[in-house]
Every structure is written in C-alpha cells, then in structure tokens.
Design a protein around this ligand. Sequence first.
Ligand code: ADP
Length: 323
Amino acid sequence: MRIGLLTSGGDAPGMNAAIRAVVRQADALGHEVWGIYHGYQGLLEGDMALLPSRACANILQRGGTMLHSARCSDFHRLEQRAVAAARLKDAEIEALVVIGGDGSFRAAEALQREHGVACAGIPGTIDNDLPGTERTLGFDTALNTAVEAIDRIRDTASSHGRLFLVEVMGRSSGMLAVHTALACGAEAVLYPESTEDSYEHLLSQLNAAWLRGKQSSIVVVAEGDAEGGRAMAVGERLRRDHALDLRVVVLGHVQRGGSPTAIDRIWGSRWGCEAVRRLDRGEQGFYVGEMAGALVAQPLSRILEPQPVPPGDLGRMVSILAR
Ligand code: ADP
C-alpha cells in the first residue's frame, strides 16, 4: 500500500516522532510512505515525495515538523477537496495519514465522507482540545515550556511585589491555561470556557490575595480571540480602573517550539505505529487517541462533536491553592 502523510494546522512538538513512526512501521509492514509537504496546500499542489526510512533519521527529538505545515483556506471548498482526492488517486496513494488538530481532522473527515479517501488522524496540537482523546501531541511540551517560563517570572514578581498577567496560547480552549496555572501555583486563571464573570471575579480574587498578605500575584490568561490578545486588554483595564502597577507577558510562539518531552515522543511513536497497523488491517476513517492512559481509536466523525472543556474543578482548585 502507498500511504500519504501530512502535517497540518499549527505545528506541535511530537509531530516528528509521529512522522518517523508512520514511516518506519509502514516500512516494517511492507508499505510505502509519501510525504506531502505544507499540509493540504501541498496536497492540492502535488508537493510530495517518497519518504524512505533514512529520511527520518535524527528528527525524533526535534520540534516543528519536517514535512512543514500550512493553513489552506481553499480546502474549505468542496471542489478543491475533489482536486485533492484526484491528486491522491493520480499518485496511487491509497490511504492518507493526517497529523493535526481540529481543523485538520475536519478536512480529513470531509475527504473520507465525500470521496472515500481512506483517512487516519493523529492528534497534533498544543491546545489539547479534541473530543475523544485526553491527550494531543505537543500539549505536554508546551505546558512544561509555559511552566518553566512562569517559574522565572515568579522570581521577579516576588522580588518586586508585582502583579503579572501571563498569556498562554489557546484561542478557544483553556486547557493549556488551566493546567499551566495549576502547575505553577498561579493566583488566578482566565480562560474562554469559564462560567465566572471573569473580570469581576479576577478583581475579587486579587483583592482577597492582597488582604491575605500576598505581595505578588501571577494570573494566567488564555489568549482568547481579543484583538491584540486578552492579557493586554485585561491589563489595560486594570491599569485604567485601579491604577495597578502590573506587567503583561505574552509567551507567544515560544510555547510551540522546542524539543518534545519524552511523553510527546512516546505518544507520537505509539500513535504513528497504531495508525499504520490499523490501515494495514483495512481500517479507515478513524483517529487515534488516549483515554485513561489507554490507546484508543475514534471514528473520524467524532471530530464533529463539541470540544472538551477543562474541568471546572481544576479552575476552582487554582483559587483554593492560592490561599
Ligand atoms: P488545526 O488542525 O491545528 O486545528 P486549522 O484549524 O488551521 O488547524 O486547520 C488546518 C487546515 O485544515 C485549514 O487551513 C484548512 O485547510 C483545513 N480545514 C480546517 N477546517 C476545515 C473544514 N471545516 N473543512 C475543510 N477543511 C478544513
């Protein structure tokens, strides 16, 4: 079997581990992998080449993706997805492995449903916001990167007795923000799915911390979709309304890069192997994942279900533990 492989959407540490595993497991089973460069854009342009086992040397420990990634607005159009299916047929590619997030899986789901392309998904996004899996590649690495950065900020925050708002990635998902806040002992966390009136709630939390004698505070803020980022907007408001001496730090793309943690390498490897083994058995239209520590697979259509929300008690725990 000839298998196509692409990475799409936001890059995430651990994608290379998955690429390596797909290529080598396929090789072990007598299949051939063609790398498609620059995600769905490259698929539309026919930008692909045979990926031999040796091409995957020395990538396991690297962040980013050796296949490059892209966003491709054309893929939202039915007729462009027909072009993609034709490209795969012309290249005699019988199955497509997609490493990416929610959008990338939606595209794969559409390709499978509309054109019968045999698709398999491997979760790769630092947001950890896919239904049917408790883990995605890159989340653990990004989390550790954010925690390390905030530990450093904490040193200066306590030396100067200051309030810091630290923005982490997550436009529509607070997973990274909530877990980061818990891991670095933040005084508060703001995230899109929170049911609290965040600004007012934040004020009362900061006041309470102050009254308890806290000299410095760190608030973790998920970026959200505010123009210029949510931390900036909240920081401006706090300065204007309360003349607070505060600092805003936007961690930004620092969180995306870097060497993947062992966890992300291991799951990238396991999922890469599993995806190929299932295709080898004739399965299609699925994505792999992890639930309660076990490797699972979900039908691709599951991607159309609502995204998971960070458990509310984790957010509440952040406040309780900040006492
Ligand atoms: P991620 O996979 O990290 O969530 P995006 O949301 O940017 O990243 O999606 C990656 C790409 O997948 C998009 O640029 C587009 O080409 C394709 N895509 C996203 N959503 C859809 C959709 N609903 N239908 C078809 N293609 C989609």
